[in-house]
Design a protein around this ligand. Structure first.
Ligand SMILES: [Zn+2]
Length: 244
């Protein structure tokens, strides 16, 4: 039985009622629906709480994916009690953390616009994110990249999702920016994350959570551009103003 993944349609939903459909062999909690994102695609899973009818709280330390990205497993904190199958719970995200991840993740999309090179790795976190590009010679400075990112943030472009078919994706291979990670095939439809009116700024397959307007990202800068091997450059994104 699959979990209804509410964060895909509304990343701003922080709370919902759900019922337990199973507890796995490692104590992970499976619900009929959830607002918790499970770790995947470089974005960490959510933390938060599940509250029982009597008010007792089960802290959730991590959320991971099972076999597919539709299998969302809520991992309770060490020593926390487990709910019963069929029990109704009230879910609540650690919204402050998730919103930072949404802002950072969206900023990573903008970085891939400013630096249009194949991506070999990426990791989003609350304070500091990184993207590795297959880029033998930087030819970029932190200042230039920060300026271009800031322009895209300040333009306050809309961010929206659109579903396309496998065939559409096959006909537009340039939509895929990661070099090593292919979008899942055989799943029928692909979720595209688009930026700008009519997706003029960018569109790429992504299952993560994003803000609705680039302006929500706020002040951001490139903290570092590092050389990672002969053919890779690692760009580090940080919140706050650029400091020389
Ligand atoms: Zn994304």
């Amino acid at each position: 039985m699959a979990t209804e993944t509410l964060f895909r349609d509304d990343a701003y939903m922080r709370s919902v009622e759900a019922s337990v459909i199973g507890i796995n062999e490692r104590g992970g909690i499976i619900l009929d629906r959830t607002v918790f994102y499970g770790t995947s695609g470089g974005q960490p899973g959510d933390t938060g709480t599940l509250t029982r009818a009597d008010g007792r709280v089960i802290p959730i330390a991590a959320t991971v994916c099972g076999e597919t990205k539709d299998d969302i497993i809520h991992v309770p904190a060490e020593g926390a009690e487990r709910p019963e199958t069929g029990e109704n719970l009230t879910l609540a995200l650690d919204w402050e953390r998730r919103y930072k991840l949404m802002r950072m993740h969206t900023a990573c999309h903008l970085l891939s616009v400013v630096c249009p090179y194949p991506i070999t790795g990426a990791s989003v976190s609350e304070e500091d994110s990184r993207i590795d590009f297959d880029l033998p010679d930087a030819g970029f400075t932190k200042v230039e990249v920060t300026e271009k990112l800031t322009e895209l943030v300040e333009a306050d472009h809309p961010v929206f999702t659109r579903w396309i078919s496998q065939e559409d994706l096959a006909a537009n291979p340039s939509l895929v920016k990661s070099k090593n990670v292919r979008p899942p095939s055989g799943v029928g439809r692909i979720r595209l994350v688009c930026i700008g009116k009519d997706a003029v700024v960018d569109s790429q397959p992504c299952g993560g959570t994003h803000v609705l307007r680039t302006g929500e990202i706020g002040t951001i800068h490139i903290g570092k551009i590092e050389k990672k091997g002969r053919e890779n450059r690692r760009f580090r994104l940080r919140f706050g103003a650029f400091s020389a």
